[in-house]
Write a protein that binds this ligand. Structure first.
Ligand code: ADP
Length: 468
């Protein structure tokens, strides 16, 4: 079976978030199951030939490799992709994103035929590639080369839909009649994700709970009606982790490697190095809370800012790594300046620091107000770092509340989205941290969680087979 992944980001080539992690790791897990997988990705400026050997096939496409034999095709177009960043720069999203990603979708389809690739399933990801199922049916359908190809659209985050002004519609090269409420039209604008949901043979999303949530008004981001109309084709499959990239026993980016057998001292060593790197005083007996993520409303930065003052008054430290909204950066900087011994911040996208925070923190704060799956809490658990999360989406599917009597569970969940409820849970975590025996049992529980891709990749393999 030949599976083609089409995505706007893939680790280790380019990454802005979990989408890249998933599109780098799931193909590897499918390859281990014996499937033929290839990947299509735009050839961005950040993909450096000295890090990833590139073979130029022709003017439209170059090739590199992932895993044993996964061919990674990079669609070339300097005017669209040879710029800073993937989707925008400091002033915001690029105004020609519709053009950039429709080009990617169309070229990808054309290159298949040009290279005579055998494609059984095309697995698309988010709005950037949602045009592929539409093009396959509306533009390429009459060509027998494309007959029988089945389409899967994976929604990583429904909050990003690819919405563009109606005037840009001719750029898509599709019939005018398709601009209607049953296809592209969304309150007078173009909505690429909506059209992709309608045209795909199968829609998947990244956790079971999120699959249900997005069919409700509260989490449906205006597409709950469309999603409900396709409820029989929607399935939630939990994301996994690349357990080679995220492995405290082998991680080359952390100060001291450790396992569930020797974490007690070695994790402390990572904590000391982390504190030093963030210029915080070393304090073994107090917990360090980490945060790694986009500085956005979704990730709960507003809520975090509301409890930070109270947290800084307790015996603990907080370390924040992220990029995002200016307002959040300003307020976090202020907090850190006011509490130099307690709070440290770094505004960057920095893979190494992220690994060091997962390894060196005792707990990870993840108060997302919605979270399709969330990888950070799973990574934290793999590093024996205990997540404190809001009970939503994939966070609710992966974090089990720790019960200090039965000693069952792997983290802390708050159920009411208020600063008070968040703070109560943080205080509960601090209390458990103070009881060394209980906390080390909790860390052991975390190490026992299995978030590898193996199980979910098997579910995808069955889903592909059923589609064919
Ligand atoms: P998202 O909604 O952003 O995709 P996820 O939790 O699914 O959130 O995945 C986020 C991924 O991006 C994780 O691998 C996390 O470690 C990484 N990440 C987020 N922010 C940063 C950052 N500032 N520096 C390094 N890695 C980051």
């Amino acid at each position: 079976m030949n599976i083609v992944f089409c995505s706007s980001e893939v680790f280790p080539f380019v990454k802005t978030g979990g989408l890249a992690d998933v599109c780098g790791a799931l193909p590897l897990a499918l390859e281990r199951l014996g499937m033929e997988v290839s990947i299509f990705l735009p050839r961005y400026k950040d993909i450096k030939p000295d890090q990833h050997p590139l073979e130029k096939i022709n003017n439209r496409v170059s090739k590199t490799r992932l895993g044993k034999n996964i061919q990674v095709y990079l669609i070339e177009q300097a005017k669209y992709y040879q710029r800073e960043g993937l989707y925008g720069d400091a002033s915001g999203d690029y105004p020609d994103n519709l053009e950039r990603f429709q080009y990617f979708c169309r070229q990808t389809l054309e290159v298949w035929k040009q290279l005579k690739l055998k494609v059984d399933i095309v697995h698309c990801h988010d709005w950037q590639t949602a045009l592929i199922p539409v093009y396959l049916k509306e533009k390429f359908g009459k060509d027998s080369f494309y007959a029988g190809i089945k389409t899967v659209l994976m929604i990583h985050n429904l909050a990003f839909q690819g919405i563009f002004p109606r005037q840009a519609y001719p750029l898509l090269g599709l019939k005018d009649e398709l601009f209607n409420p049953q296809t592209f039209e969304y309150y007078g604008q173009i909505n690429l994700l909506k059209a992709g949901i309608i045209y795909s043979d199968q829609v998947t999303t990244v956790s079971r709970r999120y699959a249900k949530e997005i069919q409700t008004k509260q989490f449906g981001c205006g597409l709950d009606g469309v999603l409900k109309s396709r409820r029989d084709e929607i399935v939630g499959i939990l994301n996994g982790l690349d357990t080679d990239v995220w492995n405290p026993e082998k991680d080359p980016l952390i100060a001291k490697r450790y396992s569930s057998d020797d974490f007690i001292e070695l994790k402390q060593e990572n904590k000391r190095c982390l504190q030093e790197s963030f210029k915080l005083p070393s304090c073994e007996d107090n917990p360090v809370f980490g945060f790694v993520g986009r500085l956005s409303h979704q990730k709960g930065v507003d809520l975090l800012l509301e409890v930070m003052g109270a947290m800084a008054a307790s015996s603990l430290q907080m370390i924040v790594l992220g990029l995002g909204e200016k307002e959040h950066i300003l307020r976090l900087t202020e907090m850190a300046e006011r509490n130099p011994k307690k709070i440290a911040v770094r505004f960057a996208f920095d893979e190494k620091t992220a690994h060091q925070i997962y390894a060196g923190s005792d707990l990870l704060l993840m108060p997302s107000c919605f979270e399709p799956c969330g990888l950070s809490q799973m990574i934290a658990l793999r590093y024996g770092t205990i997540p404190v999360v809001y009970k939503t989406g994939g966070l609710a599917d992966t974090v089990v509340p720790f019960d200090p009597s039965s000693l069952h569970g792997n983290g802390f969940l708050f159920e009411e989205y208020t600063p008070a409820a968040f703070l109560t849970m943080i205080n509960r975590a601090i209390k458990v941290y103070g009881d060394k025996k209980k906390f080390s049992r909790l860390v052991r529980n975390a190490f026992q969680c299995d978030f590898s891709w193996d199980k979910s990749a098997g579910i995808y393999a069955r889903l592909y087979k059923n589609l064919l």
